[in-house]
Write a protein that binds this ligand. Structure first.
Ligand code: B3K
Ligand code: ZN
Length: 881
């Protein structure tokens, strides 16, 4: 527990390990309260280690039972243990065997790091530093070892015994009721990829033949009775395996690939070699309990963990500062996979929405950090949107900048050159430099500089010269502790659109490389002149969101309307609608604050009408275009002195105006799709449901007296969770007649499914009414709520703090107090879940004075606790700094 800030770990202090561990032989006898772990390590001193230094092994909360070196008990004066380490006096030999026996208590492990039990099943989580809670070990990603694991447990309670790699042997131990399994993983790996699972689980088997003809056994393990919920996950796994062969030439490399779904898990899933462990939320699905979004998430997370087999496992990180090496690249790969499986533009829009919702505020607030941080207090706090999502954007920019073919050659070289290694961002970029001859020095600034660059673009057309001049600039707004940022390489995909809506051919241009429709901005200020342009075109810039920047472009609103109607780039067409809506919402927020009447919205409604009427447009895209920026998006745009109530009011008014302005359109769409028949989870059907439910929501706000009955009917008639939850959300969030009955009906129908009930919790926790705060206390007292389960905590508290801006930032301070109290309470058991919840305060300084003072006092209350975990101490200190 930390009452003061601990010294930071710094990238510049990196030292290679003094000892390597070639092989690890684990013999684990499982017991709920006293599991015995015997670890035999073959230790090798590194030749370049200066002199003989002690061997320091990490440990956390371990009970040491015995320690032997080359089969002999180590005398007590040859080693010492502390809370965090075992230090063995400098050994004489260059190679020796160390046998360590420790005892751990899985049932007492509430942190869900190391070895713990979830609903009676033993499972592990070792990334980033959980292995040290199982045995003493150099728990760092650059120590790679070959593991052999023997597991022993009672056969009746633990018929399933799993570890990484291939199964070598199984057997029974006569007279004990115990059985054992021996697993061997031939691929050297760091300790964070170790995993074991033991319990009474059902197996859903399948198989896959790799491109080279190797047969791979695939299994998904779940609680008994949930076998039927695994079809989609298995299908996603097989598609991921094939796709990685086709798109990146990467094949699977073991005889078996196991996935286990557990119900208590701190995050989404974990890529342990050959034995992925998942939060069951990202495995289990059927139409009755999972939404279209759940199906899409399962597909993406299954793919993500599978893709780590190459980007993360075969090639791992030298140290945790390089986390984005595996995470950014793997997110990019899973995004591309989903784009190929679904609609590419819709996938891109939803990825960018998530980036702007999570990463942009992080990058603009006190928790901002470079994609490759230079220092950390607690590495588990760096599994952030910046490392993951901005990290993926950097990879995408690299591809845009180099072109698809050169990108692929660089990546092939990376796989070839670094297979089996723990490496760095520099080594990764060098592969692209070597493969293509491009200097990536300036490009590499993306990894070093925190903050979202602000790009401005100003266009001037000269009819006499027939030129279009674009004046561009880039800068990163100042961040505490960061030197003035240097201009980076910003690839801006663009088009010049003529009056007929078609892109112009570009024949001549000065001031930038614009080949392949990408304008490369690499100076602080840059003037680009397009020549031989007979009529003034409209510049469509940052197409496909080709760089993670904020773009300010001086476009008259008629040009925005033009782009919203005609841009051939679906992302920018969507963005134009968003920009129009944002401008309207900001003006309306100001009007609410000043008590004046609000601005005209006819042009926005006309644009939305043309989108609804466009027969060519994919329903999923229409649904995206009809979705207004969230209240959090608007707050972010406003940036300071934020009044969440004014934003809420302004957005509600606009939604009602759109609803009544287009009520007949919405009614028609809602009715047209309501009889879609049998549920299928494909992207096309999901898109139709999204549009239908969006239309239903607007129609509910139209003021039409029949709307409420239509929503209630939809709720009652829904044959799938997507439609049922959409109708429930409308009823509850709009406080409509029938909402209490619908909530009761939902609970009665779904109370046996914890994952479905999370949606019930979340719907109520995000209801924007004042009563929600009391409702939350009731939800937390509900027998179906479990404060020790991370999914339940996220469904109630996290969704309240991040998805209910007016109630979280209530002017009486009770929303902040609820979350502060909860953080302190959860922190005692599970610091990772607590510190994640605590990050919901990150934008507190942008709030108006009264609310920011309330947030500050809630934060100070957390900070004054003497008992804080390192995880929460780190976040609260940075949030307040
Ligand atoms: N690598 C894990 C995340 C581990 C989080 C540790 N606090 C899941 C993933 O990114 O695939
Ligand atoms: Zn990952």
């Amino acid at each position: 527990m930390q009452s003061k800030t601990a010294p930071a770990i710094r990238l510049e202090d990196y030292q290679p390990p003094a000892y390597r561990i070639e092989t690890v032989d684990l013999d684990i006898r499982l017991d709920p309260k006293a599991t015995i772990v015997a670890a035999e390590l073959s230790v090798v001193r590194q030749p370049d280690t200066a002199g003989h230094v002690p061997l320091v092994l990490d440990g956390d909360n371990l009970k040491l039972l015995s320690l032997e070196q080359n089969g002999k008990t180590v005398p007590e004066d040859h080693y010492k243990t502390s809370k965090t380490a075992l230090e063995l006096a400098a050994p004489e030999e260059d190679r020796f065997t160390l046998t360590i026996t420790t005892e751990v208590n899985p049932d007492a492990n509430t942190q869900l790091m190391g070895l713990y039990r979830s609903s009676g099943t033993y499972c592990t989580q070792c990334e980033a530093d959980g292995f040290r809670r199982i045995t003493y070990f150099p728990d760092r990603p650059d120590v790679l070892s070959v593991y052999t694991v023997r597991l022993e447990a009672p056969k009746t309670s633990c018929p399933v015994l799993l570890a990484n790699g291939n199964l070598k042997e199984t057997g029974e131990i006569a007279g004990t009721g115990n059985h054992f399994a021996i697993w061997h993983d031939p691929h050297p790996k760091p300790a964070y990829l170790f995993a074991l699972v033991a319990g009474d689980l059902a197996k859903v088997p399948d198989s896959f033949i790799t491109a080279s003809g190797n047969a791979v056994e695939l299994n998904i393990y779940v609680e008994h009775g949930k076998e039927d919920l695994c079809d989609w996950a298995m299908d996603s796994l097989k598609r991921s395996m094939r796709w990685d062969e086709d798109a990146f030439g990467r094949e699977y490399d073991l005889d078996v690939f196991n996935i286990v779904a557990v119900s208590d898990f701190n995050m989404g899933a974990m890529e342990n070699k050959g034995l992925n462990i998942f939060n069951d939320k990202y495995v289990l699905a059927d139409p009755e309990t999972a939404t279209d979004q759940d199906y899409a998430n399962i597909e993406a997370v299954i793919a993500h963990e599978y893709f780590h087999n190459w980007t993360g496992n075969r090639i791992t990180c030298r140290d945790w500062f390089q986390l984005c090496l595996k995470e950014g690249l793997t997110v990019f790969r899973d995004q591309e996979f989903s784009a190929d499986m679904r609609s590419r533009p819709v996938k891109r829009i939803s990825d960018v929405k998530l980036l702007k919702m999570h990463q942009f505020p992080e990058d603009a607030g006190p928790l901002a950090h470079p994609v490759r941080p230079r220092a950390y207090q607690e590495i588990n706090n760096f599994y952030t949107a910046t490392v993951y999502e901005k990290g993926a954007e950097i990879i995408r920019m690299l591809k845009t900048y180099l072109g698809a073919e050169d990108f692929r050659s660089g990546l092939d070289l990376y796989f070839d050159r670094h297979d089996g290694e723990a490496t760095t961002i520099e080594a990764f970029l060098t592969c692209f430099e070597d493969a293509t001859g491009t200097d990536l020095d300036q490009f590499s600034l993306w990894y070093e500089q925190a903050g979202t660059p602000l790009v401005t673009a100003d266009t001037k057309y000269d009819p006499d010269q027939q030129t279009l001049t674009v004046s561009l600039s880039q800068e990163i707004p100042p961040l505490p502790g960061q030197k003035t940022a240097r201009p980076s390489v910003v690839p801006l995909r663009f088009g010049l659109i003529g009056a007929n809506g078609q892109d112009l051919e570009i024949s001549e241009c000065d001031g930038a490389d614009v080949s392949g429709g990408v304008l490369v901005l690499n100076k602080a200020r840059q003037k680009v002149t397009f020549k031989q342009i007979p009529d003034a075109p409209v510049l469509s810039l940052l197409r496909d969101f080709s760089a993670p920047v904020r773009l300010t472009q001086t476009l008259p609103s008629e040009d925005l309307v033009f782009l919203a109607r005609h841009d051939t780039d679906p992302y920018n067409r969507w963005q134009a609608v968003q920009t129009l809506a944002t401008q309207t919402l900001i003006a309306r927020t100001e009007a609410v604050q000043q008590g004046t009447s609000h601005t005209d919205t006819d042009s926005l409604i006309d644009v939305l009408r043309s989108i609804v009427d466009d027969q060519q447009l994919d329903p999923a895209l229409k649904a995206q275009a009809l979705t207004l920026p969230t209240e959090a998006d608007i707050a972010q745009e406003i940036g300071k002195n934020v009044d969440p109530d004014a934003i809420h009011k302004a957005r509600n008014n606009l939604r009602s105006d759109i609803g009544s302005g287009l009520s007949q359109h919405f009614r028609m769409i809602a009715e047209e799709f309501s009889a879609m028949g049998k549920f299928t989870p494909d992207a096309e059907s999901a898109g139709k449901r999204a549009l239908s439910n969006r239309a239903l929501h607007y129609y509910a706000l139209s003021g039409d007296p029949s709307a409420s009955a239509l929503v209630s009917d939809r709720f009652a008639a829904a044959n799938n969770m997507t439609d049922r939850l959409a109708a429930l959300t409308i009823l509850v969030h709009e406080a409509m007649n029938g909402s209490a009955e619908a909530l009761a009906a939902f609970r009665d129908r779904h109370q046996s499914s914890a994952l479905a009930m999370d949606k019930w919790f979340m719907t109520q926790a995000t209801a924007p009414q004042d009563e929600t705060l009391d409702a939350i206390s009731e939800l937390m007292a509900n027998p179906l709520y479990d404060a020790t389960n991370p999914n339940r905590v996220r469904a109630v508290l996290h969704s309240f703090a991040t998805g209910n801006p007016t109630q979280f930032a209530r002017p009486d301070g009770k929303g902040f107090e609820l979350i502060a109290e909860s953080v302190l309470e959860i922190d005692k058991r599970n610091p990772q879940v607590a510190s994640r919840l605590l990050t919901s305060f990150r934008s507190w300084r942008a709030l108006e004075k009264h609310r920011s003072a309330l947030a500050e006092s809630a934060l100070l209350r957390i900070s004054s606790s003497e008992e804080l975990s390192r995880d929460c101490r780190d976040i609260v200190d940075r949030t307040l700094q």
